[in-house]
Structure formats: structure tokens, C-alpha cells
Design a protein around this ligand. Structure first.
Ligand SMILES: Nc1ncnc2c1ncn2[C@@H]1O[C@H](COP(=O)(O)OP(=O)(O)O)[C@@H](O)[C@H]1O
Ligand SMILES: [Mg+2]
Length: 611
């Protein structure tokens, strides 16, 4: 047994599929204590529940004492009429015990579910509020397992484990006192044997804590893997990687199984001792007890009562193993929950937000000496953007061109504060974007990303994402700017369900819907990360023309790869080494910048190929 208890070192087999830096620590009771604010509103119910359970359990202990009275009284004296009152009391106590357990359950079941729902809601809100930099490092499976199974574990702990841990330990103590009062010599046997039990439980604690945390993390990793392989099913099939992935999955599943088996072994080792100790105690007490009765030091009734009580104490002791295990699992679950809740909200609205000047429906977007480095970038010198200056005059379109990995997408993510600049500032109409309330900023700045994301909702709902109150008329106009009239040809028109469980669209169709979503509500600033890459040149030109015609007051930052897109912009900026290396019209840059010519001439070739 020492073997099983000692062969668990700190996470040797732990995978790090979450990609999160730093080790994973086992659960601590601090995290459990931190659940208190959530539990406080139902604390009197929990206390009531514990009280009823304790009374019920004491009723159980009283039953042997009544038996003792029956044996030493009516039975020894052969006075059967005296049996009735004691017998009825016995039945009543039994009924009371059952009833109280029922009340206990009713008291806590619903409230604990409410606590679980509340915690889940808090977690969801936190996940929404946390910056993109957080989500870059936590895998979705890890977050999923926290939101579902960890919170479930916490609820079970509140509704059951916590209560019975208290009740069973109290019952044990009360039981031992009763045993001592029946016969202190026999009771002492139990007290002495309880010592190794306590030592063992403490030892178990340390070992099990590590395993509980590891197993929960592995469940999260497994969830990530399932999620990724479901989302990437096309590519996996296309590359014939299903079997390979199956193996990888099997390996992870086996790692989880190994951890679970270790948990079982540790609990099993504890359990063997937990079950053996009372048996030994009862055996020893029986030998001593029979002698005492023979010597006349103990009545027969007291001996019977002693054994009944001793038998009844087996459940509190036996249950200790899995109650402790479950407490540990809950500590780990609470730790995992608070790990997310404690992540700092780095991108927040200022305490006293500034509002944009209303008259200036202008949208002058200025990057002033902007520096940006991704958090956790090891290389100190590796700034994604390093001293970038760029001015976008109101209503103008500036195209940004640069090699792959030059930081174009990064630049677009800064404008509506998906990340905050690490140096310099970005202003809209003279106001630092960090001084604006986030909702205001995100109304003023609309974005369409390279990868258009559609949700499982109707086409109209997808377009209305940022403006739920937009009228059908607005939606139609946005769709027409984005040349997304194909929506009318869908089976249910605007009400057609799209996204994960809905209709699949082509890349170009998705892009146009994402663009319609971005232009809805006439933002001051429109940031487009190569949103037209999947369109043919003619559609692209039509989109651009519509954009310019309708959004005369909208400033547009347009990331572009193709010469055809670039030519639609009034000005072109070349991004290189984290700053703007050249600025001018397309023809100016073609004439003046060798880098620019290089970039665009290789693209011109692709354009010809595509069309
Ligand atoms: N979330 C991220 N964390 C760390 N580095 C990143 C992250 N996203 C992008 N990068 C790095 O930043 C650089 C610029 O990337 P990106 O802006 O996507 O380039 P582009 O859009 O111009 O192709 C790249 O070197 C890329 O590896
Ligand atoms: Mg990019």
C-alpha cells in the first residue's frame, strides 16, 4: 500500500495540451473557502440540512440504546407488558430518522442547483469579458470541462459531500462517546484504532489531491481534442489523418484512464484499511466484552447495545474514504474555476469614459508611435509592431500591404481593443481609444476578419450581431453594400439558419455576410482584414464601389493582398518590420518602393491565375 501511496509524484504524465505556461497545481482548500460568497445565500439551508442529517443519524444511534433497555428490562425480567412502550418508541425513532433524511434532501437539492447555475453564469460572463490574449492560451476544451463537469462536482459537494463529511465525523464522535459510556474499556479500543485511521487519511489527502487535479486537466485536454477533431473533420479526412488522430486520442484517453486507475488504487488502499480497522476493533471488543459480561462487569443489554452502536459507526467510517476523495476533487474543481475567474481583465472601460464628439461624425483614425508585443512572447526584441505611425483622414480608405506575418492582422486587432497597444496610442477623432467606454468604441469601430465566423443562427441574426435593433431595411442595405444578395436565394431567405448546424456557405458568401455585419450601423471606422480575398475581382470591385458610395463618412482601414484590392484605396501603406515603410498612392509606391513592387508583382501573378 505504501507503494501506491508513494508512486505518485507531481504530475509526471501530465500533458500540456492547453498550451498554458506554468505547472498545474493540485486543489487547495483556499479555493473551496472562496466559494463562500456563492454559498452564503443558501447557508442556512445547508446548515439546516446538516442539522437534520445529524439528528437523523443520532436517532440511528439511539435505537441500540432502546434495545439495551428492552433486553435488560422486559426480557431479563420476563415482563412482556413492558415491551410495548419501548417497542413503539423504537418504531417512532425509526420513522423520524427516515423522515429527517428526506427533509434534508428537499432542503438542499434546488438551492444547490441554483448555486451551480450562478457559478456557471459567472464563468461564462468572465470568459466573455476576458481579453483575447487569455483565449489565445486556454484551449476551449479546458474551458468547457470547467464550465460543465467541474461545476457539477462543486454542486454535488455542496448538496452531499460537505454535509455528510460533517455529519459522519460528528456521528463518529458521538458514537464513540456512547461506546465509552457503555463501557469505557471497550470504547477505548475504538479510540486507539482511530489514530492510525486519522494518520492514513492525512496521507491520503496529499496523494489524492495531485491525482484529482491531474485527472480533471486530462478531461479538459480530451475535450479539446474531441472539439478540434470535430471542427477539423474535413481537413482530417482529406489528409487521411483520422486513424492517426484516433491513435493520439486513444493515447490521451489511456493517460486519463491511468490517472483514474491510480485514483482507484489510492482510494482502494485507504478503503482496505478503513474497512479493516472497525472489524479489528469489533473483534477485540467482542473478546473483552464477553469476558466482562461473564465477570458481571457489564450487562448483556449493554454488550448488545455496544455492538449495535459499533456496527452503526461503520458507515460513517467507511464513507470517509470517498467523502475525502470527493472533497479533494471539489477542491481541484474550485481551483480550476477560480483560475479562470482570477485572470485579469486587462481590456476594460475606463472609470470615467470620454464620449466621442458627436458633431465630428468624422472618424479620423490616428496611430501614434504604436508598439505592440504579444503577451508571453519570449523574445524581448520581437515586437509585432514597433513605432508605427499612420493617419487615416475621415472618410478615406487606406490599404495596408505587407508580407505574411508582417503584423497586418495584429494591427486590425488593436483598433477595437481586442489587444491593447503596449506603447504609443491610437486615437479616433482625437480621443485615445482607451478613454472610450468599450461599447462606444465597438459601435464606432466595425471589423470584418480574415476568417468570417458565422453563428448557428439565421442569416439576419448573423448580420445583426452588433446591432440587434437594426431594422430589416438596414439589414437589406448592408447586404446590398456587401453584394450579398444571394441571401434571397437561400431556402428561407433571411431566416435561413446558417453556421455550425445550419446551411454551409461558400467562402466568398461567408465573407460577404461578415462584411454586411461590419457595415451595418454605419460605423465611423471600418477595419477590414482582407475581407474580399475569396471574391472574384468583379464582385470585389462592386463591393468597393458600393462601400464608397454609401459609407461616405466611414474611414476604412483595409488590409489587402491583391493589386486589384489595393487599387480601390486612395492611399497605400507598406507595413514592414513593424512600422510603415512607405506611404502613397499605388502608382507612387510602384514607382518608388522595390519592396512594394516585389510584394505586388508576385500577387499579380496569383491574380491572373485565379481569374
Ligand atoms: N496570438 C498571438 N500570439 C503571439 N504571437 C502572435 C499571435 N498572433 C500572431 N502572432 C505573431 O505576430 C506576427 C504578426 O502576425 P499577423 O499580424 O497575423 O501577420 P499578418 O496578418 O501580417 O500575416 C507573426 O509573427 C505571428 O506569428
Ligand atoms: Mg493576417
Amino acid at each position: 500500500m505504501t507503494n501506491t501511496l508513494t508512486d505518485i509524484q507531481e504530475s509526471p504524465g501530465t500533458t500540456h495540451a492547453s498550451g498554458r505556461p506554468g505547472g498545474r497545481k493540485p486543489g487547495s482548500y483556499t479555493a473551496l473557502r472562496r466559494l463562500w460568497p456563492a454559498v452564503k445565500p443558501i447557508s442556512w439551508r445547508l446548515a439546516g440540512s446538516a442539522f437534520f442529517a445529524l439528528v437523523a443519524s443520532v436517532c440511528g444511534l439511539v435505537i441500540p440504546l432502546i434495545l439495551q433497555k428492552i433486553i435488560d428490562g422486559p426480557i431479563t425480567e420476563k415482563n412482556l407488558s413492558g415491551l410495548w412502550p419501548l417497542g413503539i418508541t423504537l418504531v417512532l425513532v425509526g420513522i423520524l430518522e427516515g423522515g429527517l433524511y428526506g427533509v434534508r434532501r428537499i432542503l438542499v437539492a434546488r438551492p444547490c442547483m441554483r448555486v451551480e447555475a450562478k457559478l456557471r453564469q459567472n464563468l461564462y460572463q468572465r470568459l466573455q469579458a476576458l481579453p483575447v490574449a487569455f483565449h489565445d492560451h486556454y484551449s476551449s476544451g479546458q474551458l468547457l470541462s470547467r464550465a460543465i463537469s467541474d461545476l457539477n462536482t462543486i454542486r454535488m459537494f455542496l448538496a452531499f459531500t460537505a454535509i455528510f463529511l460533517m455529519v459522519n465525523i460528528s456521528t463518529f464522535v458521538i458514537g464513540v462517546i456512547i461506546l465509552l459510556s457503555l463501557s469505557w474499556q471497550l470504547g477505548l479500543v475504538f479510540v486507539v484504532l482511530a489514530v492510525p485511521l486519522i494518520v492514513l487519511c492525512l496521507l491520503f489527502e496529499v496523494k489524492y489531491k495531485v491525482l484529482a487535479r491531474r485527472s480533471q486537466d486530462q478531461v479538459g485536454d480530451l475535450a479539446t481534442m474531441v472539439e478540434e477533431s470535430v471542427l477539423g473533420i474535413r481537413i482530417l479526412k482529406a489528409f487521411g489523418r483520422s486513424a492517426h488522430l484516433g491513435q493520439a486520442f486513444r493515447k490521451q484517453a489511456m493517460a486519463l484512464r491511468a490517472t483514474e486507475l491510480k485514483k482507484v488504487r489510492v482510494v482502494g488502499a485507504l478503503w482496505a484499511v478503513i474497512i479493516a480497522l472497525p472489524e479489528i476493533a469489533i473483534g477485540v471488543a467482542l473478546l473483552l466484552g464477553v469476558n466482562q459480561v461473564a465477570d458481571g462487569d457489564l450487562s448483556a443489554g449493554a454488550l448488545v447495545a455496544f455492538f449495535f452502536v459499533a456496527m452503526m459507526l461503520r458507515w460513517p467510517v467507511d464513507s470517509l474514504g470517498w467523502l475525502l476523495a470527493s472533497t479533494n476533487e471539489t477542491a481541484a474543481a474550485a481551483d480550476r474555476y477560480f483560475e479562470v475567474m482570477d485572470q485579469p481583465l486587462t481590456v476594460t472601460s475606463p472609470a470615467v469614459p470620454v464620449t466621442l464628439p458627436p458633431s465630428a461624425q468624422a472618424g479620423r483614425l490616428v496611430f501614434e508611435d504604436v508598439t505592440f508585443r504579444f503577451p508571453d512572447t519570449a523574445d524581448e526584441n520581437k515586437d509585432a509592431l514597433a513605432g508605427l505611425d499612420l493617419v487615416l483622414e475621415p472618410g478615406r480608405t487606406v490599404a495596408v500591404v505587407g508580407a505574411t506575418g508582417s503584423g497586418k492582422t495584429t494591427l486590425t486587432a488593436l483598433v477595437n481593443r481586442l489587444y491593447d497597444v503596449t506603447g504609443g496610442r491610437i486615437t479616433i477623432d482625437g480621443v485615445d481609444i482607451r478613454d472610450l467606454a468599450l461599447p462606444d468604441l465597438r459601435t464606432a469601430v466595425s471589423v470584418a476578419f480574415e476568417e468570417p465566423t458565422l453563428f448557428s443562427a439565421s442569416a439576419a441574426e448573423n448580420v445583426r450581431l452588433g446591432h440587434p435593433d437594426a431594422t430589416d431595411e438596414d439589414v437589406r442595405q448592408a447586404l446590398s453594400i456587401a453584394q450579398a444578395d444571394f441571401v434571397d436565394d437561400l431556402p428561407w431567405g433571411l431566416d435561413t439558419r446558417l453556421g455550425e448546424q445550419g446551411l454551409s456557405l461558400s467562402g466568398g458568401q461567408r465573407q460577404r455576410l461578415a462584411l454586411a455585419r461590419a457595415v451595418l450601423g454605419h460605423p465611423r471606422v471600418l477595419v477590414l482584414d482582407d475581407p474580399l480575398s475569396a471574391l472574384d475581382i468583379h464582385t470585389e470591385a462592386a463591393v468597393e464601389a458600393a462601400l464608397r458610395r454609401v459609407l461616405t463618412t466611414t474611414t476604412t482601414l483595409l488590409i489587402a493582398h491583391r493589386a486589384s484590392t489595393v487599387m480601390l484605396a486612395e492611399q497605400v501603406a507598406l507595413l514592414k518590420d513593424g512600422r510603415i515603410a512607405a506611404l502613397g498612392t499605388h502608382s507612387q509606391l510602384m514607382a518608388e518602393s522595390a519592396d512594394y513592387r516585389d510584394l505586388l508583382s508576385s500577387n499579380a501573378y496569383t491574380d491572373q491565375q485565379e481569374n
